[in-house]
Design a protein around this ligand. Sequence first.
Ligand SMILES: O=P(O)(O)OC[C@@H](O)[C@H]1O[C@@H](OP(=O)(O)O)[C@@H](O)[C@@H](O)[C@@H]1O
Ligand SMILES: [Mg+2]
Ligand SMILES: [Zn+2]
Length: 179
Amino acid sequence: MPLKLLILDRDGVINFDSDAYIKSVEEWIPLPGSIEAIAQLSKAGWTVAVATNQSGIARGYYDLATLEAMHARLRALVAEQGGEVGLIVHCPHGPDEGCDCRKPKPGMLKAIAQHYGVPLAGVWFVGDSLGDLEAAKAVDSQPVLVKTGKGERTQAKSLPVGTLIFDDLAAIAAELIHN
Ligand SMILES: O=P(O)(O)OC[C@@H](O)[C@H]1O[C@@H](OP(=O)(O)O)[C@@H](O)[C@@H](O)[C@@H]1O
Ligand SMILES: [Mg+2]
Ligand SMILES: [Zn+2]
């Protein structure tokens, strides 16, 4: 049975985003239904991984310990609902550092696929920004846009061909679990 892998962007998909960055655990607030959606997917046999740009680290807005505390909170909330979160990969670099992991580059998606030993072709990558969708396209994954976070702004742009669009993560969970 091939692994059912779903990869999520974080800010604007799992939690509220802010143009001022999410700089503390207190600012990290789950979007309505997102924790439940991840738990339901997990309990339905999906492996839910996360690929998130975190240039706020390079910019000095928060440190790695704070980022890890946010992710511990995410894991605890999903565990309370009987589910679990898989690998969380972040890019700590700034836009001018030329790293291979910052979306729209697909380095984080490749790292997740390598971790699980599965191909990326067709794997849904859910994001709210154009860079998320471009990263998916770059490795033949399925770009999926949610309208939460920056999603409605992104929807007004020219999207990669074949991009799927959903209202939110709960709608994606319903689609994947019930179809
Ligand atoms: O959506 P993910 O990838 O989980 O994380 C996005 C965040 O790292 C931040 O990314 C920044 O973009 P720049 O990194 O400054 O271009 C801005 O868009 C912030 O509003 C946003 O909080
Ligand atoms: Mg985002
Ligand atoms: Zn990076």
